[in-house]
Each structure stands twice: as C-alpha cells, then as structure tokens.
Ligand binder design. Structure first.
Ligand code: HEM
Length: 182
C-alpha cells in the first residue's frame, strides 16, 4: 500500500513522514521508561533478598557471562540459584535498558530536534547512564558500601525522572501535531 499520491510534492511527502515519526517515537520513549521502572524494581528485589553480592565479580559473574551454563558454579556458590539469577538478570536488563536509552536519545535528536524538552531530557538520561553503570559495578566491588548503594538508587531515580519527562513531552508533541479530523 503506497502512502503518497503521485500529486504530492516532495515537501508534502517529507511533512507526512515527519508527522508519522513522533507517533512511533512516543511509544519508544514509553517502552524505555517502563523497562527502566522494571529494572529498578528488580534491583530493589535483588537488594531485598540479600543478593547484592551473589555475583561476586563484575562485569562477569563467577568469571563467566552466563553462570547457569556451568551448573557446578551455581551448586558450589554460597548463594541460592534464585539470588544469583536476580543479580544476573538485573545486570542483563540494565544492558538492554541502556541500549534502549541510547536509542531513545538518538531518535530524539533525529525526529524531535526542534522540541528541546524531548531532546534534552533524553540526553540527560543518557548522560546519567555511564555514571549509573560505574556505580552498579562499585556496588559489587566495594561490597555494598552504603554511600554507593544510596547513590545507585539516587541516580536511578534521576534517570527515571528524565525519561518520564521525555515520554510526556513526546506524547504532548504528538497531540499538538495531530491532523484535525476531516
Ligand atoms: C540503568 C541501569 C541501572 C539502574 C536503573 C539500576 C537500578 C537499581 C536500583 C533501583 C536498585 C535498588 C537499590 C535499593 O534498593 O537500594 C539496584 C540495586 C542493585 N544494582 Fe542496579 N541499576 C542499574 C545498573 C546496574 C549495573 C550495571 C549493576 C552492575 C553490577 C548493578 C548492580 C546492582 C546491585 C548489586 C544492586 C543490589 C544492591 C544491594 O544489594 O543493596 N546495577 N539497582
């Protein structure tokens, strides 16, 4: 199905395309926000079940990327499989969420360059990301030092707030650009 009629000028075609992008963008931003929220809940769960050090090294877990491929490692660890899984899954989801934050920011610069709040709030979230990854690593290597665990939670909240701003601003922008009903 072609979306352009042969009589459309190039400018009209570009404008139609530009209008479609914000529709997709706000869903990407919302999805990234939800993933970040779930990641934070998983982090809180990891902490609550005392699994913060169940992967004692970083960035690997017992010197391997997937400890569950080595049953002998899990069997001899001083933590349960559930504890190891929670910490390992938190790290894995952090990697996926990090890529989503990167994608959300790059897409903001591509499709919302003129909407400062969308672009800068997404960029802020991306700026916090490396800080959060380093704090996550230090959480483990510094054996859950209270100042580091607290900073890790604090930066997580800042990332969530930045992404919430991006998502709300993108939804507002899409509503503003909606064509009036014919
Ligand atoms: C965008 C990335 C990340 C976010 C948003 C995030 C968020 C969180 C949150 C909200 C908590 C719960 C804190 C609390 O209850 O006090 C947590 C716990 C934790 N996170 Fe992350 N995290 C991220 C990445 C990482 C990475 C890359 C690591 C690497 C090892 C990591 C390691 C941990 C550990 C070990 C805990 C448990 C701390 C404890 O036992 O008290 N996090 N995370």
């Amino acid at each position: 199905m072609t979306e352009h009629s042969p009589t459309d000028t190039l400018v009209e075609q570009i404008e139609q395309r530009r209008r479609r992008i914000p529709f997709r963008y706000r869903h990407l931003a919302g999805f990234t926000l939800v993933c970040t929220y779930i990641l934070m809940l998983l982090g809180a769960y990891t902490s609550a079940i005392g699994a913060g050090l169940s992967c004692p090294d970083w960035p690997t877990c017992y010197g391997t990327v997937v400890p569950f491929l080595h049953p002998e490692i899990v069997a001899s660890a001083p933590y349960t499989a559930v504890q190891i899984f929670a910490e390992w899954a938190h790290r894995g989801l952090a990697m996926v969420t990090g890529l989503l934050i990167l994608g959300t920011t790059l897409a903001a610069w591509r499709s919302h360059r003129e909407h400062r709040l969308v672009v800068w709030s997404a960029t802020l979230a991306l700026g916090f990301l490396p800080v959060q990854v380093v704090l996550g690593g230090l959480t483990v290597t510094q054996s859950l030092r209270p100042a580091i665990v607290t900073s890790h939670l604090g930066v997580a909240i800042l990332i969530l707030l930045s992404l919430q701003t991006t998502t709300l601003a993108a939804w507002y922008d899409a509503r503003e650009h909606q064509s009036p009903p014919q």
